[in-house]
Design a protein around this ligand. Structure first.
Ligand code: NAP
Length: 265
């Protein structure tokens, strides 16, 4: 039986991906650390949509986690034909004040595990000449972001990796899309050192983001930036010098109160 595998499916954008795919009759494999939240989503989505839902609680910031997820799917003969690499977190603050363990966790989760999952599931998609991969990047991928240096850099990696891979597999039936949302109302900001409503940027809802991504991957669109203002920001950014965009990014996105606290002011 074929499945959509969503990482980070216990909340936010990932949970909405699960709900949206379920409403389209797709079977699901849901991965995140919070086993109880996954179980309650499983119960709800099975009852509402009559689909098969498998849950696999797992910490994807552990280096061996991607192999464990893939091994579980292989042993049970679950064919993953849509992979949504969504799991992620944000921790803002001065680079040298955040712990190196936090930086390592973010790099492993956003980059290493995403690459490994793609590397493990792609051959099966290529064999079937059919598959879809949605990788969660961000509008922060298009420029450096002071106080979110590692976050922005990992998302830039995801964007360039997805674009490059997409071109490599262009002649197969496998589609790869990088989803680059702007600020979206989810739990990612809880304890992250950022209040999205204190920034001067628009804050969107997860459902339009998810719908735009699912439509984009089915059209085989390389990059999707949901929201008119986010698109304008990206295009304007391409025209301005990079140093200027860094200053603008700092003024627009910095939650000054929390940064000053972190700097001990
Ligand atoms: N919200 C935004 O403004 C925004 C903007 C651009 C891009 N994004 C990206 O969108 C993706 C989803 O974020 P979100 O906004 O939906 O945040 P969220 O509501 O905090 O959800 C994050 C999801 O990732 C999972 N996760 C976090 N660490 C994990 C780990 N170590 N192992 C396994 N799963 C883990 C969480 O589940 P558990 O805690 O249960 O593990 C949760 O299901 C992220 O990649 C984020 O960078 C978000």
């Amino acid at each position: 039986m074929s499945y959509v595998l969503v990482t980070g499916a216990s909340s936010g954008i990932g949970k909405v991906f699960a709900e949206e795919y379920a409403s389209r009759g797709r079977n699901l494999i849901l991965v995140a650390r919070s086993g109880e939240k996954l179980k309650s989503a499983e119960k709800e989505l099975k009852a509402k949509h009559g689909i098969d839902v498998i849950t696999y609680p797992c910490d994807l910031s552990k280096p061996q986690s991607a192999a464990e997820v893939h091994g579980f799917c292989s042993r049970n003969r679950f064919d993953v034909d849509t992979l949504v690499n969504n799991a992620g977190f944000n921790q803002s603050g001065p680079f040298n004040r955040l712990s190196i363990e936090t930086h390592e966790q973010m790099i492993t989760l956003h980059i290493t595990t995403l690459v490994k999952l793609t590397h493990l599931f792609l051959p099966e998609m290529l064999r079937r000449n059919h598959g879809e991969i949605i990788n969660l990047s961000s509008i922060t991928a298009f420029q450096g972001v002071p106080y979110s240096a590692i976050y922005a850099a990992t998302k830039a990696f995801v964007l360039v990796f997805s674009e490059s891979l997409r071109e490599e597999v262009r002649k197969s039936g496998v589609k790869v899309t990088a989803l680059c949302p702007g600020l979206t109302e989810t739990g990612i900001f809880d304890g992250a050192g950022v209040d999205p409503h204190k920034t001067r940027l628009p804050v969107g809802r997860p459902l339009p983001v998810v719908r735009a991504a699912i439509n984009a991957v089915s059209r085989n669109q390389a990059i999707i930036v949901p929201g008119f203002i986010n698109k304008i920001l990206i295009h304007t950014g391409r025209l301005l010098p990079r140093w200027l965009m860094l200053r603008v990014g700092l003024i627009l996105s910095r939650n000054e109160e929390s940064m000053e606290k972190a700097l001990g002011k």
